[in-house]
Design a binder for this molecule. Structure first.
Ligand code: ADP
Ligand code: MG
Length: 333
């Protein structure tokens, strides 16, 4: 028996966190948001396989901490189990950059708020050198999976990988209308969502005015659960479940309890395989939801699943009933 070398441990961890370029995009944008960025720019080459660059204007990383950012289990976000239980940041595992650095060529360039210079760290050599940059951080990830060709074989066409990368940013963008996002691919600007938008404006920017015009606002408090967002009217339903977004305390999640609650709310008004469209945000006490279920943090576990199910179901049922009640009242006048 032997202990595995550090590099291999990171590569094994990377297998869980990084499935494709979009996984890297998600981790880097998470970090930018945790750093308080107001503008995030993504630059991709070949659907992200050749290059994923994420630039932000967040608080930055001091040069002495740059090497630490690429080390396993190094994080500035939590210090104790207690802090984990009420974690408010997207990240907390201190794993993503180390994992990505073990399966790609990584560089991190950062200028800390208030510092008079920026520093560039080469992830392969650990070399640190001074460069010019405004406040914030740029992370570049090149040649993803170059060291793990088996993984590289599973990648789809550049167009498909690009679509997944855009979807990853879209998930963040819908949660953070206050932050501006831009996506460049092969030197062309392909998406741009302005900062300081309202939630409805952001949905319209991302999906078009149609989505908002054909949806009702959801605003519902039940016990300790607050549900808000937009739910499409039955006529707006689609054949594919591609416009369904759940957030728990700002984190995009996929969850059976939530999916089932929505399905039951639409039960009487949607037929066959029609899929409702929605962007729903749940605000609950962070101590009542476990986000540390899986390294990708896309799954969560609720302490009070039934309460949450009811709150979501009622939130949508009420929202869908409101315009009909208003229309009926008008017709009766
Ligand atoms: P985690 O996000 O779980 O802490 P990561 O591996 O994603 O772990 O990042 C490690 C650390 O590097 C973070 O805790 C943070 O201190 C720093 N960091 C990474 N990206 C950025 C960024 N864009 N801006 C500021 N700090 C960053
Ligand atoms: Mg992170």
């Amino acid at each position: 028996m032997q202990e595995l070398p550090d590099e291999l441990i990171s590569q094994i961890a990377a297998g869980e966190v990084v499935e494709r370029p979009a996984s890297v995009v998600r981790e880097l944008v998470d970090n930018a948001l945790d750093a308080g960025a107001t503008q995030i720019t993504l630059r991709l080459l070949a659907g992200g396989v050749r290059l994923i660059g994420v630039e932000d204007d967040g608080v930055g990383i001091p040069p002495e901490e740059l090497p630490l950012a690429l080390r396993r289990h190094a994080t500035s976000k939590i210090r104790s189990l207690q802090e984990l239980e009420s974690v408010g940041t997207m990240g907390f595992r201190g794993e993503a950059l180390a994992a990505i650095n073990s399966i790609a060529e990584v560089s991190v360039l950062s200028r800390r708020a208030g510092a008079d210079g920026a520093w560039l760290l080469d992830g392969a050599t650990g070399e640190l050198k001074p460069v010019a940059r405004a406040q914030g951080t740029s992370v570049e990830v090149r040649e993803l999976f170059f060291a793990t060709p088996a993984r590289r074989k599973f990648l789809k066409t550049d167009a498909t990988e690009l679509a997944h990368c855009i979807e990853a940013v879209r998930r963040h963008a819908l949660a953070r209308p206050d932050v501006g996002f831009a996506i460049w691919h092969e030197g062309k600007l392909i998406e741009q969502w302005r900062a300081a938008a309202t939630p409805a404006q952001r949905i319209a920017d991302v999906f078009g005015d149609e989505f908002v015009a054909q949806s009702v606002a959801v605003e519902h408090q039940e016990g300790a659960v607050r549900v808000s967002g937009h739910a499409g009217v039955p006529d707006a339903a689609r054949s594919r479940a591609d416009q369904q977004f759940f957030y728990v305390n700002g984190r995009y999640v996929r969850d059976k309890v939530l999916a089932h609650a929505v399905r039951s709310a639409y039960e009487d008004v949607l037929h066959g395989q029609r899929q409702p469209v929605f962007v729903l945000h749940l605000a609950i006490d962070p101590a009542r939801v476990d986000v540390n279920v899986h390294p990708t943090k896309i799954e969560v576990r609720f302490r009070d699943g039934r309460e949450i199910h009811q709150a979501v179901r009622h939130a949508i049922e009420n929202a869908l009933a409101a315009p009909r009640a208003a229309a009926a009242a008008q017709a009766g006048e």
